[in-house]
Design a protein around this ligand. Structure first.
Ligand SMILES: Cc1cc2nc3c(=O)[nH]c(=O)nc-3n(C[C@H](O)[C@H](O)[C@H](O)COP(=O)(O)O)c2cc1C
Length: 241
C-alpha cells in the first residue's frame, strides 16, 4: 500500500515537472520583444501570479526587483519613443539590486525568469535601457543600483522572431549530446542587447563554459543566455565551468 502511494506521488511529481518544462520551453519559443502595448491593465490572477514570481525571485536572488503598474509616463522619453519606438507602455519592471561584481549578470539571469513567466501568463515584454521613475529606489539604503528595465503588458502584437546567427557560431555541435544542442538552441532564442548574440559555448564532457564578447550590456546578456541554456539543456545534465 505504502509502495503504491509512493509510486503515485512520484508519477504526479514527474508529470508536474514535465508539464512546467513544456510550458517554459513554449514560452522560450513564443517570446519576442514587444514595444507597442494596448491599454489593457495587468490585474486579478495574472497580477497576483506575476507578483508571486517577483517575490520568489527576490527571495532567492537578494535582488530588489519592483513592478510599477499603471504609470502613463513610463517610457515616454525621446529616446524611448523615437529610437526604441515604445508606445503605450504603462507597466515595467525595475531590476534593482545591491551593487556587486556580478549584479549585471544576476539582473539578466533572474530578470529573464520573470520575462518567461510573464509570457506564460499571456503578457508581453521588452528589455530596455529606459529608466523608470527617478525615485524608484528612494526608500532603499545606499548601494542599490537600478540596472535596467523591462516593459511589460498586453502587446498590440506578439512580436516577431529575431534574426539569428547560425548554430555553428555559438558552439561546435558536431557529434554533441542532445542536451547540449538543445541548450544552445534555447540560448539562440534569448533576447540580447541590440540582438548582438555575442556569446559561445565550449563543452568538455558534461562541463560547459560560456564565453561572451565585449560591450556594456554583455554581463546582462550573459545572465539571460545562461538561463536559457539551462532551460534547454536541463540543469541535471551538465555543470558550468
Ligand atoms: C540587455 C538588453 C537591453 C535592451 N535594450 C533595449 C532598448 O533599450 N530598446 C529596445 O528597443 N530594445 C532593447 N532590447 C531588446 C533587444 O533589442 C531584443 O531583445 C533583440 O533585438 C532580440 O529580439 P527579441 O527580444 O525579439 O528576441 C534590449 C535587450 C536586452 C537583452
Amino acid at each position: 500500500m505504502i509502495f503504491s502511494v509512493l509510486v503515485f506521488c512520484a508519477c504526479v511529481l514527474y508529470l508536474y515537472k514535465y508539464d512546467s518544462t513544456m510550458e517554459l520551453n513554449e514560452a522560450i519559443q513564443n517570446r519576442h520583444s514587444v514595444r507597442q502595448y494596448t491599454s489593457q491593465k495587468i490585474e486579478g490572477d495574472v497580477l497576483s501570479a506575476l507578483q508571486d514570481e517577483i517575490d520568489r525571485i527576490n527571495l532567492e536572488s537578494g535582488l530588489h526587483i519592483r513592478l510599477v503598474t499603471n504609470d502613463p509616463k513610463a517610457f515616454t522619453s525621446l529616446l524611448a519613443k523615437n529610437i526604441s519606438k515604445f508606445k503605450g507602455v504603462q507597466n515595467y519592471l525595475a531590476i534593482i539590486g545591491p551593487e556587486s561584481d556580478d549584479l549585471d549578470e544576476k539582473a539578466g539571469y533572474y530578470g529573464e525568469q520573470i520575462v518567461l513567466r510573464a509570457q506564460e501568463l499571456g503578457l508581453n515584454t521588452c528589455w530596455a535601457l529606459t529608466a523608470g521613475k527617478k525615485d524608484i529606489k528612494k526608500d532603499l539604503e545606499k548601494g542599490y543600483k537600478n540596472v535596467i528595465s523591462i516593459a511589460i503588458g498586453y502587446g498590440e502584437t506578439q512580436g516577431i522572431p529575431h534574426k539569428s546567427k547560425p548554430i555553428e557560431h555559438f558552439a561546435d555541435v558536431d557529434g554533441a549530446p542532445e542536451w547540449f544542442v538543445n541548450g544552445v538552441k534555447s540560448a539562440m532564442l534569448a533576447p540580447t542587447g541590440m540582438n548582438k548574440q555575442d556569446f559561445r559555448f565550449e563543452r568538455d564532457g558534461d562541463k560547459v563554459h560560456l564565453v561572451s564578447g565585449k560591450g556594456k550590456l554583455r554581463r546582462i546578456d550573459e545572465g539571460i543566455v545562461r538561463y536559457h541554456f539551462e532551460c534547454g539543456a536541463g540543469k541535471e545534465n551538465f555543470v558550468w565551468d
